[in-house]
Design a protein around this ligand. Structure first.
Ligand code: F3S
Length: 422
């Protein structure tokens, strides 16, 4: 492998034990991938907090847990400094309303203890899967690391930044030594579209774009890069984040060009790098209806639990919820959760949106989501989500019917306590 003098110094321990362990991991990772050199990472979103996966390592020593689980080091290293801009992804609880979620004092304190370690090393505790709402928007060509599937898709595709869907440890190691293998999406020639989807279906609403993403994801072969082309209505950021989150859930691509919208796809020819695509598939109304039948329980039913904000809601999405609920009262049997970023909730507080949602009987929460904290109500009679990603993730872990619809469908159900069907 070609290493620069600075990289050799990281590897030989001249920059300390932590960076050495991180660099050893990155070099091994590069060798496994077949990468011949490394590239410089400037942005990272990291999976911080007392997440349940950490419990497989039996220890009371948090530094030892972090060493083993984040840096694959059986020797204890102290996390004291990051090499690039870092912010935290979702944690297992809301930092203020944790008790509302059924989190115990002990779990809360443990989470705080973990978060203090990351904060001390320079990680901003933004707690979000939408870093582009609070945190950073990468520049074109900037190299980032993340382990969040919708973040990798949106940062690569929408801003032309370069990143792979890394594991949690690869993200931490890269953020500490500031390097990651020059491989995959970090190489411009690997970012060309391979499969073109010609949109012939509806594409007006956020829900339509969620279904489009879900459909493309389920039709896409492994290791392919989809290109959205055809007759679609121009999307905004809300529609694109719904689309990419659902696509990441069913298909796992790390890039998706949208012709005329994303910067590496001003034309179809540019998106495909001047080569003919491997396949061209239409997306029809029937395809979207099939996806809806797949992701949402059919018919009508009682509803106990509704969650909005996957990926985390923007301030505009929160305003729409607050305006809808203003002066209304949700059914006493329904728990309505709306999820966003801590900083955006502060704006929602200032604007009075949080209070409107609270007066109606709902709650605005931050820094996590039902999939991440996992504390969904047991024995629920029905659950509803406005995110195809979240509906698809929750369905296997509950026996309750799970419904997917628009935010408005979900809010109407919150008032009546019933899913009325579509
Ligand atoms: Fe974010 Fe949770 Fe959805 S992490 S993308 S709100 S499943």
């Amino acid at each position: 492998m070609k290493l620069t003098d600075d990289e050799k110094r990281l590897l030989d321990g001249s920059e300390g034990k932590l960076k050495q362990k991180a660099m050893e991991f990155i070099v091994k990772y590069a060798q496994v991938l077949g990468a011949e050199e490394l590239c410089q990472v400037t942005k990272a979103t990291l999976f911080c907090g007392a997440h349940p996966y950490l419990e497989v390592f039996k220890s009371e020593d948090i530094d030892l847990i972090i060493s083993e689980m984040c840096f694959c080091s059986s020797e204890k290293v102290i996390l004291d400094k990051m090499a690039c801009y870092c912010q935290s992804c979702v944690s297992p609880m809301d930092p203020e309303k944790w008790a509302h979620l059924g989190v115990s004092e002990e779990e809360y304190q443990k989470n705080q203890e973990f978060l203090r370690r990351y904060l001390a090393a320079g990680v901003h505790l933004t707690g979000t899967c939408a870093p582009y709402l609070v945190g950073f928007i990468p520049l074109m060509g900037e190299h980032f690391v993340t382990s969040e599937s919708s973040v990798v898709l949106i940062l690569n595709s929408l801003w032309g930044a370069c990143g792979n869907g890394d594991g949690i440890e690869a993200g931490f190691c890269a953020a500490v030594c500031g390097r990651t293998p020059l491989w995959g999406n970090h190489i411009m020639s690997n970012r060309k579209g391979t499969h073109v989807f010609k949109i012939e279906s509806r594409s007006a609403s956020v829900m339509d774009w969620g279904l489009l993403g879900y459909t493309i994801g389920r039709k896409l072969p492994c290791h392919a890069i989809p290109v959205i082309d055809g007759n679609f209505s121009r999307p905004d950021l809300h529609k694109i984040k719904a689309c990419y989150a659902a696509m990441a859930e069913t298909g796992g691509p790390e890039m998706c060009h949208i012709v005329g919208i994303t910067p590496e796809a001003m034309t179809l020819d540019q998106a495909c790098g001047g080569k003919p695509p491997r396949d061209v598939m239409p997306i029809t109304e029937e395809d979207l209806d099939e996806s809806l039948a797949d992701v949402s329980a059919g018919g009508r039913g009682e509803i106990d639990f509704i969650s909005l904000g996957c990926p985390h809601y923007s301030i505009e999405e929160i305003r729409l919820v607050a305006d809808f609920l203003d002066g209304k009262r949700i059914s006493s049997q329904v728990e309505l959760q709306v999820w966003t970023v801590y900083g955006i909730k502060a704006i929602a507080d200032l604007c009075g949106y949080t209070e409107k949602i609270r007066r109606a009987g709902g709650v605005l929460l931050t820094s996590s989501c039902p999939v991440t904290h996992g504390k969904i109500p047991q024995g629920a009679r029905g659950m509803a989500f406005d995110s195809a990603k979240q509906a698809h993730s929750i369905a296997p872990i509950t026996s309750a019917p799970v419904y997917f619809g628009s935010a408005e469908d979900c809010l109407k159900s919150a008032l009546s306590g019933k899913w009325e069907g579509r």
